[in-house]
Write a protein that binds this ligand. Structure first.
Ligand code: PAF
Length: 282
């Protein structure tokens, strides 16, 4: 497995891959890899002749500098895991390589960046949009893989790719969960034993709400029940729980609910922020 840190070297190497008509799959990450990331990599390996994974902790998507500082950085271990999963090339640039100077352009996504994650993390999706644009220009993949756990991020990237005509096929890969239902996340490694034991409450709340929806399409009841379950858990606080349209993320009510919905949740366990979601057919 090749490890490259410079954009110029990356482009040269990938040009030679493309000359041999090899399809390129791309998995952008911020490192601190877990089984969820490896599932994306394995799917890319299956569907492409060459797989690139980027590891770059993108400063422009952190609205809280303390969060950026604390973000786990485990490059050596990540590379070992990627090699094992069949990745062909790791692109691990420095911040100055990706941002040689402060970016002056900004990408906005309207309503989609003002709700849910966007509301609680102002500027986050502008940073994601910027870095994903840069990475797609650098790698020029045929397919790019993203996890469903960041559901709203996937919609943002879909918008980016559509509006800017990036010639790439986006693939959303289902959430990988621990045995007790906790969605895999790089942040989980920062949970204490007690916090780790409380963290599956988000998945439990999603399932409880899904049951209410399937039973009697009661959106308001489902939302209230999920909120209660989370608020009642010791050491856990709720930021939002929303039942929304899967394409637009517009909140639904008993009157507007359709056959497919997405349930999105975010909250804190101690001071670790976690998100999760569930797509439900009702
Ligand atoms: O999902 C992530 O890990 C990041 O938001 C991404 C897409 C790699 C951009 O930095």
């Amino acid at each position: 497995m090749k490890v490259i840190t410079q954009i110029k070297a990356l482009r040269e190497y990938l040009n030679s891959i493309r000359k041999n008509d090899k399809s390129i799959g791309f998995v952008p990450t911020m490192g601190a890899l877990h089984e969820g990331h490896l599932t994306l990599v394995r799917q890319s390996v299956k569907e492409n002749l060459f797989t690139v994974c980027s590891i770059f902790v993108n400063p422009t998507q952190f609205n809280d500098p303390a969060d950026l500082k604390k973000y786990p950085r485990t490059l050596q271990k990540d590379c070992e895991m990627l090699e094992e999963a069949g990745c062909d090339l790791v692109f691990a640039p420095d911040t100055s390589e990706v941002y040689p100077s402060e970016a002056t352009i900004s990408l906005t996504f309207g309503y989609l960046e003002e709700i849910l994650e966007g509301k609680f993390r102002p500027g986050h999706f502008q940073g994601v949009g910027l870095v994903v644009s840069k990475l797609l220009h650098m790698v020029q993949p045929d397919r790019a893989y993203f996890g469903q756990k960041d559901y709203q991020q996937f919609l943002i990237i879909q918008t980016l790719v559509k509006d800017l005509n990036f010639p790439v096929k986006l693939i959303r890969v289902p959430i990988i969960r621990e045995k007790d239902g906790l969605a895999m996340s790089s942040r989980n490694m920062r949970l204490s034993e007690e916090e780790r034991a409380a963290a599956p409450v988000f998945f439990e709340a999603l399932n409880a709400a899904a049951e209410v929806l399937k039973r009697d399409k009661n959106v308001n009841g489902a939302r209230a029940l999920a909120g209660r379950l989370i608020e009642e858990k010791n050491g856990v606080s709720l930021e939002y729980f929303e039942i929304a349209h899967p394409d637009t993320l517009k909140p639904l009510s008993n009157e507007t609910v359709g056959d497919e919905v997405v349930l999105c949740v975010a909250g804190y366990v101690g001071n670790i922020r976690l998100i999760d979601n569930l797509i439900v057919n009702i």
